[in-house]
Design a binder for this molecule. Structure first.
Ligand code: HEM
Length: 570
């Protein structure tokens, strides 16, 4: 009798475990749930069933075994579905393991060479590559416009959900509706448009002179200085003024960064960009020690915002915080404190990180490339740029009031665009609306996550010719590279485009122009000689890794010397 009960109970549980596994796949495939909720639910259910089992059937049933069968059944069904002909993306080519799980995409994202790996995949599989169970990378200039442009208004994927699902709205993160996003964007945009942006010129000028001084002060006796760290500290100090009217308590150019604030920012951005590709995993990591970098940045940003709001803090300019604190002009309502704190996180990261990296890369390209052209001529862009700046601004101390002149300078702007082209390989996933969309001539089903292969587009010979892999600022000046040249400006996606494009794009260009111009006018710079073994350009380039934020695994060490005529003018 006992044997019969044992037989029936175990077989019934076996069937139930398999069936509930299949049902779990069925429901999660339609409506994914938060990873932390799922883990909690499973732990509770397991504990309860374990206690019941120990109490009532201690000898005949091994409950852990059936939980194992249930999980195995759910996983197997999920995998079989993803590789089956019934999956809507089955017709799209791609490597086998990437079709099964987004964990591969998350891992590749965390390694920093995602854009190169995607590029290889596109070479092998063509313009559409399935890089996740529901994710496509699309390598097409036309596709870029469809994915990010206004026509379809494709929303951001779940990779943009606020970590921890905070009950707050901030620009950049995914919003429930496009109206919420556009209302918040209007508040931000006000700070960066029209004459309002001129507010930032004085702090920009002051901080950039301080940067020149910081480089001078940090030089060793052989004139060698870590330029990338100086630029990172400059960008953080300037952001502190632009966003919080100086209410940050930090002066990195003066004091350095003993608490590793910048590393913390980078780690948080990397975590967001890699684990964000697997939203359920991000939900779990948020509660683990590994997620602490994201918590720390949040606390620091909130502390800066609170200090800026404090009655004792006076600002004599309209910083970005003053627009956020004034609230939403369309409703007349003030933003909740949670929104202000979260927008502060976005402002700190957005306002400092990308600018510093693009500047470091621009100086690396300028100083490392003595380009041999097909005719055998050698071009030294740093000197050409100095000559261009010198003739446009004979008296360098007037640079601060001559921002508009910089917009017209071909080499300066070519240097910036060329650095952005080679140095901003972003991966920005969006969701195809229900009903699907035609992307570059092929129908993509609704709900698919799509991202443009930005880097591949930016080095594609169809868009940039000749020498698409080379740093050639003159390709941005009409006719400089011969009549056959191609420069497809719309293929440069460094600031994205459409409704979610960078809110500060034109100001970022102004910043980049201004800092490059100020440094080139004030300092003669060159790379340490190869005999000194201090700096290896190839190793530096290999150590540039991109996970939305770009990290430099090796610092940019340069030699710098104040130009006599300019130094006197400070
Ligand atoms: C060289 C400098 C910069 C580059 C290359 C850059 C690039 C970008 C890109 C590619 C996006 C789209 C991100 C996405 O969809 O995932 C973006 C968005 C954004 N950027 Fe920038 N950015 C720069 C400077 C700045 C500055 C100075 C700020 C000022 C605080 C800023 C604030 C933002 C914000 C708030 C968004 C979100 C916009 C939205 O969701 O509608 N960025 N940026």
């Amino acid at each position: 009798m006992t044997a019969l009960i044992d037989y029936v109970a175990n077989n019934t549980l076996f069937v139930i475990s398999i069936a509930t596994g299949v049902l779990t796949w069925f429901f999660l495939n339609r409506k994914p749930i938060r990873g932390d909720y799922a883990v909690t639910l499973y732990l509770l259910a397991f504990s309860l069933s374990y206690i019941l089992n120990r109490t009532f059937f201690p000898s005949i049933i091994s409950i852990s075994k059936y939980w194992g069968i249930h999980i195995f059944s759910a996983l197997l069904t999920t995998i079989l579905y993803r590789i089956s002909p019934f999956h809507p993306l089955n017709a799209f080519p791609g490597p086998f393991w990437w079709r099964i799980t987004n964990l591969k995409l998350a891992y590749v994202s965390s390694q920093g060479k995602r854009h190169l790996i995607f590029h290889d995949l596109h070479q092998k599989y063509g313009p559409y590559v399935r890089i996740g169970p529901d994710v496509l990378s699309i390598n097409s200039a036309q596709g870029l416009q469809v994915i990010y442009g206004n026509t379809h208004h494709m929303e951001k994927s779940d990779a943009y959900i606020t970590p921890g699902h905070l009950d707050a709205v901030a620009l950049f993160f995914k919003q429930e509706t496009k109206n919420i996003h556009s209302r918040r964007k209007r508040i931000w945009s006000a700070a960066f448009t029209g004459s309002n942006v001129l507010q930032f010129v004085t702090p920009l000028n002051n901080r950039t002179w301080q940067l020149v001084q910081c480089i001078e002060n940090r030089k060793d006796r052989n004139n060698v200085v870590d330029l990338s760290t100086c630029l990172a500290h400059w960008s953080y100090d300037f952001m502190g003024e632009m966003v919080f009217g100086g209410a940050t308590n930090l002066e990195l150019m003066r004091d350095g960064d003993p608490n590793g604030l910048l590393d913390g920012l980078k780690t948080a951005a990397t975590a967001l960009d890699s684990f964000g590709q697997v939203p359920w995993l991000m939900d779990i990591i948020w509660h683990l020690p590994f997620g602490s970098s994201m918590h720390q940045i949040q606390h620091r940003a909130a502390a800066m915002m609170r200090k800026r709001q404090g009655a004792g803090w006076k600002v004599d300019m309209s910083d970005l915080a003053s627009y956020l604190l004034s609230g939403d002009p369309s409703t007349g309502q003030h933003l909740p404190q949670g929104d202000l704190d979260l927008d502060a996180v976005v402002a700190i990261q957005g306002g400092s990180d990308n600018t510093a990296i693009i500047l470091s890369l621009a100086f690396f390209y300028l100083l490392s490339r003595r380009v041999t052209t097909t005719s055998g001529n050698q071009t030294r862009y740093y000197d050409q740029l100095y000559t261009e700046l010198r003739s446009a601004i004979p008296d360098a101390k007037y640079l601060d009031i001559n921002m508009n002149i910089l917009t017209e300078l071909p080499i300066l702007n070519g240097v910036i665009n060329e650095t952005l082209r080679l140095g901003s390989p972003f991966f920005l996933p969006r969701v195809v609306p229900s009903g699907g969309a035609d992307i570059a001539g092929r129908f993509v089903p609704g709900g698919t996550i799509v991202a443009s292969a930005a880097y591949s587009q930016q080095i594609d010979a169809e868009n940039f010719w000749p020498e698409p892999m080379e740093f050639r600022p003159e390709r941005w000046c009409t006719g400089e590279l011969g009549s056959e040249y191609k420069t497809n400006r719309s293929a440069l996606a460094s600031f994205s485009l459409g409704p979610h494009a960078c809110v500060a794009k034109s100001f970022a260009y102004q910043e980049l122009r201004f800092v490059i111009a100020r440094l080139v006018l004030a300092l003669d710079m060159w790379l340490p000689s190869s005999e000194s073994n201090l700096f290896d350009p190839k190793a530096f380039e290999d150590g540039v890794v991109n996970m939305r934020t770009t990290m430099l695994l090796r610092p940019l060490l340069v030699c710098a010397e104040m130009r006599k005529s300019e130094g006197d003018e400070n």
